[in-house]
Design a protein around this ligand. Structure first.
Ligand SMILES: Nc1ncnc2c1ncn2[C@@H]1O[C@H](COP(=O)(O)OP(=O)(O)OP(=O)(O)O)[C@@H](O)[C@H]1O
Length: 256
C-alpha cells in the first residue's frame, strides 16, 4: 500500500496540499476527484516523489528499497501532459517502459512484453508510425502500453504501483471503459496499487474502490463511492445538483 502521513505541500507561501493522511490499498482502484485547482495533480506528484513535501511523508509499504532504479521497476507514472520532442516510433516509446529492466540491449523478454502491451492496447497497427503523427487518443494508448510494459505482471508477490493523472482525457467513450476494464483485469494477475485522477464522476462511481474527494488541497471526503458521491458533497464541491439512478444491472449513475 501507499500511505501518506500529514502530507503538506506549500509553494511561495500558498498551501496546495494540507495535512493529508490516507491509505491507498493494494488491489484497489483509488480515484482522486475534485474541482479544477483542488490539488489532484500536486498530490500525484507528491505520491510519486516528483516533488518533496513541505511536511509529512509518503510511505511505500512492502518495498525493500526506495532507490529510484529499483522503484522504477515496480512503479509507473502516467503524467497529464507528455510531449515528445523527437520523432520516435510507437514501438520505441513503448520500449522505453522497459528501460529500467535492461542495461544495454533489450532482452527477448523485454521485446515479448512490449509486443503483449501493444497488443493489449490495440496499437500494433501503429508500431512503426511516428508518434507525433498520432491522434490524441492514439497517443494516450501508446502511453498506456508504455507504463504497463514497465510494470508488466511477472507472477511475483512484489506489489506494483500505477499512478495515473487524468488518463482518460483524450479517449472516446469506448476506450475509457476499455482502459478501466483492462486495469481491473491486470489487477487480477498482479498485486497492484492503482491511483488515478479522474473528472468523470460516473466512471469514478463505477470503478473506484476508494474515492478521495479533494477541495482546496484538503480531503473533503473519502471512502467508497456511495459514501463520497452524494448529493450533499457534490453540490458543495462542484456547485451542481446531481440526480441519481440505478440501472437494471444495479449500477449507480449520476446525471446533472
Ligand atoms: N508552483 C506553483 N506555484 C503556485 N501555485 C501553484 C503551483 N503549482 C500549482 N499551483 C496551484 O495549485 C493549485 C492546485 O494545482 P493542481 O494542478 O494540483 O490542481 P488539479 O486539482 O490537478 O487541477 P485540474 O483539475 O485543473 O488539473 C492550482 O490552483 C494551481 O494553480
Amino acid at each position: 500500500m501507499i500511505a501518506t502521513q500529514n502530507l503538506t505541500y506549500e509553494v511561495n507561501g500558498k498551501v496546495l496540499i494540507e495535512d493529508i493522511s490516507t491509505v491507498f490499498n493494494v488491489n484497489e482502484i483509488n480515484l482522486i476527484i475534485g474541482a479544477n485547482g483542488a490539488g489532484k495533480s500536486t498530490l500525484i506528484n507528491l505520491l510519486c516523489n516528483q516533488i518533496n513535501p513541505t511536511k509529512g511523508s509518503v510511505i511505500y509499504e512492502g518495498l525493500k528499497t526506495q532507490l529510484p532504479s529499483e522503484l522504477s521497476k515496480v512503479r509507473a507514472v502516467l503524467s497529464q501532459h507528455i510531449d515528445m520532442a523527437f520523432p520516435l516510433t510507437v514501438h520505441e516509446i513503448v520500449l522505453m517502459g522497459r528501460y529500467p529492466h535492461f542495461s544495454h540491449q533489450p532482452t527477448e523478454k523485454d521485446h515479448q512484453i512490449v509486443k503483449e502491451a501493444m497488443d493489449l492496447f490495440q496499437i500494433n497497427a501503429f508500431s512503426n508510425r511516428n508518434y507525433q503523427t498520432l491522434s490524441g487518443g492514439e497517443k494516450q494508448r501508446v502511453h498506456f502500453a508504455r507504463v504497463m510494459a514497465q510494470i508488466w505482471p511477472d507472477g511475483k508477490e512484489q506489489t506494483k504501483y500505477l499512478l495515473l493523472d487524468e488518463p482518460l482525457t483524450y479517449l472516446d467513450v469506448y476506450y475509457q471503459f476499455d482502459f478501466m476494464n483492462k486495469i481491473k483485469a491486470i489487477m487480477q494477475l498482479q498485486p497492484m496499487v492503482v491511483i488515478g485522477v479522474l473528472h468523470d464522476l460516473n466512471l469514478a462511481s463505477q470503478y473506484a474502490n476508494q474515492v478521495l474527494l479533494l477541495e482546496n488541497g484538503k480531503v473533503f471526503q473519502s471512502g467508497v463511492p456511495e459514501k463520497v458521491l452524494t448529493k450533499e458533497t457534490i453540490s458543495k464541491v462542484f456547485d451542481l445538483e446531481p440526480t441519481f439512478f440505478t440501472d437494471s444491472n444495479g449500477k449507480r449513475h449520476l446525471s446533472f
